[in-house]
Design a protein around this ligand. Structure first.
Ligand code: UT7
Length: 330
């Protein structure tokens, strides 16, 4: 079985913290409403000096630094985003240039909204398998979003939900056990979440929240069950479930419907809000920083969102590459 595992993580958050009380000075809302419906207390918005590209570059730099590999060994660079700085070049190409990454490898953005990071992981696995380059078995996979530029700050239904940030991982591809990797990707062509392209006057996220909520509480348990079937794993074989951080109530539903152990479901929407394609790598970055990840752990990553799309990945955290004792990762 050709698998991928995570070697390292990195993440970046904008400095500017926007609390629910700040939001209530902009639209008719309250901390009580937002927190009780979503589990969100605050989110980050980029300032003048940051963007989807600059955050992606910084997160990628951190993930590379802690991976223990050389950038010459990177065989693919993919970025999950719906809010890149330009229609073209892609965020991925701009990161490649800034970090002086190899040129003869696939480098592109993947837009599957909040499922984008899971789509990017499976795409990277397929590209690394196709390239079969023993010198370059690693991939740099980033999720970055500058959603604040796509918010209608007069629409309380959406503007209180989203935030900005970027996370990145270095993955390694190679032969592994059938219980170490599986993916489930899908889409149903719905428009419950809609956002016209950046630059248009109406370039704002619009969402039928109730429809998306109903979709999410069905699709998440279904992805989890399918990944378990594919890998022959049970709940207790999974160390962490890292779901897209849209709403704490969605995760509560999933835990209840699977009768699962809530402590295995990581949550950080409280201080980040919904960061779409960046939410899963941001969660992984924070988990790593809190020493919640250790080599050999099995992780289940589940995204869902606009499209409507869904994506689930079961993979292992392998930890940084350590080639000899003198070459310890930074
Ligand atoms: O990343 C993409 C995935 N997206 C999601 O997962 C989102 C899934 N959906 C949700 O999380 C929830 O549907 C929301 C948090 C978006 C909304 O919660 P809800 O319980 O479905 O509320 P609602 O849209 O049915 O609105 C209930 C009421 C309405 O007032 P009326 O019509 O009952 O008088 C809204 O106008 O709450 C009102 N409302 C607000 N009130 C205060 C809507 N937004 C706000 C607000 N503050 N920010």
């Amino acid at each position: 079985m050709y698998t991928i595992s995570i070697r390292s993580t990195g993440y970046v958050l904008p400095e500017k913290i926007i609390t629910n009380d700040d939001m209530s000075s902009i639209v008719d809302t309250s901390d009580e409403w937002i927190y009780s419906r979503t589990g969100i207390h605050s989110r980050r918005f980029v300032g003048e000096e940051q963007s989807a590209v600059s955050m992606a570059t910084e997160a990628a730099r951190k993930a590379l630094l802690s991976s223990g590999i050389s950038k010459e060994e990177i065989g693919v660079v993919l970025v999950a985003t719906l809010s890149g700085d330009y229609a073209t070049p892609s965020v991925a190409c701009m990161v490649q240039q800034s970090l002086d990454l190899p040129k003869d490898i696939p480098v592109m953005d993947v837009n599957a909204a909040c499922s984008g990071f899971c789509y990017a992981l499976e795409t990277a696995r397929a590209l690394l398998l196709a390239a079969n380059d023993k010198q370059r078995p690693y991939g740099l996979i980033i999720g970055t979003e500058e959603l604040s530029k796509l918010l209608d700050m007069t629409d309380r239904n959406t503007c209180v939900l989203f935030g900005d940030g970027a996370g990145a991982v270095v993955i390694e591809a190679g032969e592994g056990d059938a219980s170490d990797y599986a993916s489930v990707l899908g889409a149903d062509g719905g428009d419950a979440i809609l956002c016209p392209g950046v630059g248009r006057e109406d370039a704002h996220i619009k969402m039928n929240g109730k429809e998306v909520f109903r979709f999410a509480v069905k699709i998440l348990p279904s992805c989890i069950r399918k990944l378990q079937e594919k890998t022959g794993t049970r709940e207790e074989d999974i160390d962490w479930f890292v779901c897209h951080q849209a709403n704490a109530r969605i995760i509560d539903h999933v835990v209840r419907s699977l009768k699962a152990n809530d402590a295995r479901f990581f949550r950080n929407m409280e201080h980040l809000g919904n960061t779409s394609g960046a939410s899963i790598p941001l969660a992984l970055g924070e988990m790593d920083e809190k020493h919640l990840l250790s080599p050999g752990q099995r992780l289940m990553l589940i995204g869902f969102g606009s499209g409507l799309t869904w994506g689930g990945i079961l993979l292992k955290y392998a930890g940084p590459v350590c080639r000899n004792e003198r070459e310890l990762p930074i």
